[in-house]
Design a binder for this molecule. Sequence first.
Ligand code: MRU
Length: 374
Amino acid sequence: MKVDGKEMRPIWLNNDNPLEVLVIDQRMLPHELVIVALKGVDDTLDAIREMFVRGAPLIGATGAWGVYLACINAPGGQITDVWLQGEAERLKSSRPTAVNLAWAVDRMMACLASVQGDVHRVRAARKEAELIADEEAENCRQIGVFGVSLIEEISRRKQGETVNILTHCNAGWLACVDYGTATAPIYEAFNRGIDVHVWVDETRPLNQGARLTAWELGKHGVAHTVIADNAGGHLMQHGQVDLVITGTDRTTWTGDVANKIGTYLKALAARDNGIPFWVALPSSTFDWEMDDGVKEIPIEVRNPDEIRYVQGQVAGKTVQVLVPPASSACENHAFDVTPARLVTGFITERGLCAASREGVLGLFPEKGKEAPCN
Ligand code: MRU
């Protein structure tokens, strides 16, 4: 996507120095656009844990580039299987909820398993990481192409009046490699001239909606309004939301959706108000093993300081301010799980489907799960 007329992705290999992977430091947006170089696995771990990079598909792509950086930094230039496996495990454990991380690192390892020789391994790792990033970008583009039909239909029904879409967190190009998941159909609709407006949940505690989604949509010219996290239900009750689209960090093949904390409450409010609640995801975000998302998906608990302090700008300087009493306990659950029964359907790179075993397997029959008995 474009930033001030310049094509940008949130991660790329430094063309001038292929020993570095460059990322946008998303902690500094929207007020500063800072690019940071990752030079090894430790840098990569830090970038994932501290959320310079975040969002499920981007965490996956970063993990893939992390394996490349592991290869070029192998001790003595020797990329042994044992050492590489250790680095892969470190990368996979850096954030627990988004399944894309393990998916991408495992794919890199499977690719390297069949390649012998240090030089060949470096070359193969670079090629595979580039492929993963490009494929994820293309998957998101396809999500846009399939998902736009939902917006077109509402626009037709409203005879061209504004279609109001609510989204939570940032499931935009910053969270992916390009286009975004939840935002891809919105960008596609905007590009086709459909009148769209986005309600952007601020998404406490780290404000990915207010900081990142608002920034992205603004750069593309999409009309949007930032709202307090708790405003969605009220807007739905008053006919001001036509459609909810969110992304996800891990979705079970049975249809349960883990996403940024607060998503579940939006799904409940949408159901109560008869508003369609769609989840957009590339196939790398499906977990093909877990059956029960509420019981099984690991939910990351992050540093309580993210609740305690809010970041913003004062007189051109980025500052953190303390909100609750310094002595109050805080707890920071980063994700929640929306059960399949509350999800209208999925928007994937292969098309739309119901949020059910049958729906998901209908699009991905090669996953070879047995058809349910009832
Ligand atoms: O903690 P974050 O910012 O990594 O959480 C991101 C989200 O919850 C996104 O909604 C999700 O990864 C979908 S990204 C296309």
